[in-house]
Design a protein around this ligand. Structure first.
Ligand code: NDP
Length: 350
């Protein structure tokens, strides 16, 4: 059995979701009430792979919302309680979706293995970041050429380059894809220098310096909603892979010559009978999902009951390749640019 731990994008959405699912007391509750709310198993489902194999899983809403990020104890408790619930349900492999993996890592929750009477078994959990990194790299490799961008000479900016996903993406794009030049963007300079050394290349730039130079921008940082981007200064065409969470680039930059693709999203080959991705705002919620969730599903299909993605900056090209092959085998495909717009793309690319 696989598990998916998730949360709503914001408090209002959480209340609406609670109303839709029939949890009236939560729908009417204030943020303080939500802070003390326990995690809920809101859906159980089965999925059949392209190979014909069927597995069962559960979606656990941690009852965390991003408005709680500043409340350290609440945020950590939400993640720990959801993990405890997953383990008590004897779920073999559970993905930590959205902010839950970031809270786990940033607040160093691996130090707190004992939750009441439960000793958390780390091998039952995965961040899903290896599959996310692989999917994002595929999205770059497949979609850039559709816009007339030659990756062997292109400048590719990775915003969040030193992060867990970002560093895996940088390694792949440099060593497997062989992009023209990597532009490395993050705030902490020493981490950028360490990454540059480990990659043996890449140019460190501030965000506002990198954007006008980039043919492709991979966003793998949770950026403030207040971020503004000067569309006029961007190259055209420019492919933007919006891999961060929440996804908010489209409204900021999409327009003539600038193509925004939701990053780290996969599409399954057949419909799944679940509700959770409709509330996650997917265009085709019966088939699309976050790649991190798909990683837990893949690990269950393969019987790899192990914390495949764990810790920070350990994603290797080999592990990306392994999970990528499983992804294709079981019927997942990285989300691509809308084919209906491609003739238009081809004409603007030259
Ligand atoms: P990490 O915390 O490991 O990395 C975040 C990176 O972003 C770091 O390089 C950090 O460096 C950088 N960063 C943060 N704020 C800024 C800023 N204001 N300007 C520039 N750089 C910044 O996160 P992950 O790699 O685990 O996740 C990255 C993103 O991907 C998150 O938004 C996450 O929610 C999303 N995600 C998406 C998934 C999917 O399935 N689609 C799955 C998992 C995660 P520094 O602090 O030095 O700036």
């Amino acid at each position: 059995m696989f598990g998916l731990i998730g949360h709503s994008s914001n408090f209002e959405e959480a209340r609406q979701k609670a109303r839709d699912l029939g949890y009236e007391e939560y729908a009417d509750g204030d943020l303080d009430m939500w802070c003390s709310a326990p995690p809920q198993i809101v859906e159980t489902l089965s999925i059949t792979s392209a190979t014909g194999q069927t597995i069962e899983g559960s979606y656990i809403d941690s009852c965390f919302v991003p408005e709680m990020l500043s409340r350290f104890k609440t945020a950590t408790r939400k993640v720990q309680n959801a993990m405890e619930l997953a383990q008590k349900q004897d779920i073999a492999i559970t993905a930590l979706g959205g902010f839950t993996s970031i809270i786990f890592e940033n607040f160093d929750l691996s130090k707190f293995q004992q939750i009441r009477s439960t000793t958390l078994e780390w091998e039952r959990f995965t961040t899903g970041n290896t599959h996310t990194a692989w999917v994002i790299c595929q999205q770059v490799e497949i979609n850039a050429p559709l816009l007339g961008i030659d990756l062997s000479t292109a400048k590719v900016a990775v915003v969040g380059a030193t992060g867990d996903i970002g560093s895996g993406v940088c390694r792949w794009l440099q060593q497997k894809t062989g992009v023209g030049e990597l532009l490395l963007v993050a705030r902490h300079q020493q981490r950028l220098l360490d990454l540059q050394t480990s990659l043996g290349g890449g140019r460190i730039l501030a965000l506002e310096e990198a954007l006008p130079e980039a043919d492709v921008v991979v966003w793998v940082a949770s950026l403030p909603q207040s971020l503004t981007i000067d569309r006029e200064s961007l190259k055209k065409p420019c492919l933007m892979i919006d891999g961060g969470y929440p996804k908010n680039l489209d409204s900021k930059v999409a327009g003539t010559g600038i193509y925004v693709l939701k990053g780290g999203i996969v599409e399954f080959f057949s419909n799944i009978d679940w509700k959770m991705m409709a509330v996650a705002d997917m265009e085709n919620p019966q088939r699309q999902m976050f790649a991190c969730f798909a990683e837990a599903i893949l690990l269950e299909f393969e019987g790899w009951h192990t914390n495949f993605s764990w810790g920070r900056n350990r994603i290797s090209i080999d592990s990306m390749q392994t999970i990528g092959q499983a992804s294709m085998r079981h019927g997942f495909k990285p989300l691509g640019l809308n084919p209906a717009t491609l003739p238009l793309l081809a004409s603007t690319a030259h």
